[in-house]
Design a protein around this ligand. Structure first.
Ligand code: MIC
Ligand code: SF4
Length: 644
């Protein structure tokens, strides 16, 4: 039996386990990336593990999220990351160099290699045939120290692409179609591989848009073959030598197949407040809009912005619309500046932002009250834009630019003759904003600078013999990590300060939660299905840990968040019968008797609802390794123990 592309990479990197779906496998990690919002924690954890020098082939620390610098906190964090990176062998991409995923694809990614990043959109690297996965900071820290990265061996989904995109229809519309078909939980436990004749019609930046937003499917990752198109892209980046061909075997077996005829797709939008709430622009109709934001790691490539510039050239943004544009990298920005396209954007009235995440993570550009904002981003979760009642629609750059000109939802196909943009034969290559680490022999010369906002990792303790705690919060389905640990300009600067950031935990759902949880001392959170979807931020586990949450009991979990809970030593439980969700109310007293022994022996677990006098069977699917992590009180303690 042949292998799929992902299976080939997994096979080459397998450190433990077997490639049997649903079982735990440990992978050797070749490259890591961090960004600043999750990076400070990841490096504090790396320091705590105590390995002097990273053991990966390449580790890069990016600064792209917290660049507003409304106080000293962000700048202090940047210095911390810069110095800690220099000391321990990590390359440092300075603020201004661009969004981690865009820059990594351009300058560092290599087909066939494994990459984990402390950011859920790391699968962008799948656009050049990397096995690239989002992970919690602690998992990245362990991988930097040479440890394996553990995942559950995923199922393989093949998306067959046939035909060719029609004029004005974009790669963004392809992933919106996949989201429409599969939903935000349809990818959990799966790797999505793109195949078929349609693949070669898509350039690398287009493929990267698709694998990037595959994160919204809940998938482990998404991947394209590495072919002649990939070679051309790498050659244009001056890196042809890292290219290798990668394709699936003819007799590879997939668990699921989806067929998409590219020529049949139309411009679409993900409507508020979920990336899978997809409609065509035609169905939405010519509704008035207030804002357009172009950028983010999904759609900020040279190709995307050149198309936008061609649409806007010589025109003026509608007076009722504010248009902002953030290029994805310094390379893109600089090329637009040199070829005149930047002038076209400025001339049309676009508000040019620095190349960083910016409005995607609520760092500025919040829309007006109840404002309709069209964004080329990947997430439109409630409140993420910074305006609680903001109505965020996720669209392609073409739809965004066309609508910015008319002031209403506009199908770009009404613009007439298509713009023909091709990738340059040579990109502008200038890595002057990437700082090399110091040689190992000189590492003692580097002083790691820590600002007063940087507080240590919260205290963990081994799993208690029994847990008696009340339900401090009950929430519904599809809770995102933006609900659990909101971001935005006010809260992001506290990413290195768990006690302070914890005060914002779950405040989107219930402003009283942090105070109540702290008062209770110990508690349990109850939730619905796909709990913890979205970002990889381990703060969504560390803040509950700090607030005394001992267990989270839900109908089902999203992959990265479940791993983060385990890493933080919080017990992840699921209802054996989903209907039992209705048998616990917020405030109920719960008891998990002899839980330590039961976890240790793998015995059935029952939650006793003391208030209602009933017993509820629950599952806690742990492998030998995750069981030991939970017993130890989290991955940090477990790793320190194992390194002794
Ligand atoms: C996001 O898009 O939500 C983020 C901000 O990039 C996160 C990481 C974070 O919360 O820092 C992600 O996607 O992992
Ligand atoms: Fe940054 Fe947005 Fe991409 Fe997250 S999704 S990495 S915030 S651009």
């Amino acid at each position: 039996m042949g292998y799929t592309i992902a299976q080939k990479i997994i096979k080459n990197h397998l450190l433990s386990g077997e490639m049997k779906v649903g079982t735990d496998i440990g992978l050797k990690i070749d490259q890591t990336l961090t960004q600043d919002a999750t990076g400070t924690m990841a490096y504090l954890e790396f320091e705590a593990i105590g390995v002097p020098r990273v053991k990966t082939e390449k580790s890069v620390a990016y600064i792209d999220h917290n660049t507003l610098q409304t106080g000293f906190e962000n700048a202090d964090d940047h210095r911390f990351i810069q110095t800690v990176a220099k000391k321990h062998g990590i390359w440092f991409s300075r603020p201004g160099n661009g969004i981690c995923h865009q820059v990594h694809l351009e300058r560092f990614g290599i087909p066939g290699k494994t990459l984990i990043g402390s950011d859920s959109h790391t699968p962008t690297g799948g656009g050049i045939g990397m096995l690239a996965m989002g992970a919690g900071g602690l998992d990245v820290a362990v991988a930097m120290g040479g440890g394996a990265y553990y995942i559950t061996m995923p199922q393989m989904v093949r998306v067959n692409l046939t035909g060719k995109l029609s004029a004005w229809v974009s790669a963004k519309d392809v992933i919106l179609e996949v989201l429409r078909i599969m939903s935000v939980k349809g990818g959990v436990g799966k790797i999505i591989e793109y195949a078929g004749e349609g693949v070669k019609t898509l350039s690398v930046p287009e493929r990267a848009t698709i694998t990037n937003m595959g994160a919204e499917l809940g998938a482990t990752t998404s991947i394209f073959p590495s072919d002649e198109v990939t070679r051309e892209f790498l050659k244009a980046q001056g890196r042809e030598e890292v290219w290798t061909e990668l394709k699936s075997d003819d007799d590879a077996v997939y668990d699921e197949e989806i067929n998409i005829d590219l020529s049949k797709l139309a411009p679409m939008a993900a409507c508020p407040h979920s990336p899978d709430n997809v409609k065509t622009i035609e169905e939405i109709g010519p509704q008035k809009i207030d804002q357009v934001c172009i950028g983010s790691c999904t759609n900020s490539s040279y190709l995307d912005l050149m198309r936008v510039a061609a649409i806007l050239k010589g025109k003026t943004v509608h007076p009722g619309v504010s248009l902002s544009i953030a290029p994805g990298s310094k390379q893109v920005y600089n090329m637009l500046a040199l070829n005149g396209a930047l002038g076209d954007l400025i001339g049309a009235g676009a508000r040019i932002l620095e190349c960083a995440c910016g409005p995607c993570i609520g760092m500025g550009q919040s829309p007006n009250s109840a404002g309709i904002s069209l964004r080329t981003f990947n997430r439109n979760f409630l409140g993420r834009s910074g305006t609680k009642d903001g109505q965020i629609y996720l669209v392609s750059p073409e739809t965004a630019a066309a609508s910015a000109l008319t002031g209403v939802f506009t199908d770009p196909r009404t613009l007439g003759a298509p713009v023909e943009i091709t990738l340059p034969e040579k990109f502008l290559i200038n890595d002057n904003m990437v700082v090399e680490p110091i040689e190992e022999s000189k590492m003692d010369e580097v002083e790691v600078l820590r600002g007063p906002n940087i507080k240590p990792f919260p205290k963990t303790s081994p799993l208690d013999a029994s847990i008696d705690a009340s339900c401090s919060l009950k929430v519904g389905d599809n809770i995102t990590t933006d609900h659990i640990m909101p971001a935005g300009a006010k809260i992001l600067p506290l990413r290195s300060n768990i006690p302070a950031i914890s005060q914002h935990c779950f405040t989107v759902c219930d402003p009283e939660f942090p105070r109540r949880a702290l008062e209770l001392g110990k508690s349990v959170i109850v939730g619905g299905s796909n709990y913890g979807q979205g970002s990889s931020r381990e703060h969504a586990a560390l803040a509950p840990l700090y607030l005394g949450v001992k267990a989270v009991l839900v109908k089902s979990f999203a992959r990265i968040h479940r791993a983060n809970l385990i890493n933080a030593g919080i017990l992840p439980l699921t209802f054996t019968n989903a209907d039992d969700y209705d048998r616990i109310d917020q405030g109920d007293e719960l008891a998990l008797e002899n839980i330590r022994e039961k976890v240790e022996k793998g015995e059935p677990i029952v939650v006793r609802n003391v208030t209602k006098g009933i017993e509820i069977p629950v599952d806690c699917d742990l492998t030998e390794r995750t069981r030991d992590i939970i017993l130890a009180g989290g991955l940090l303690d477990y790793t320190r123990e194992s390194n002794k």
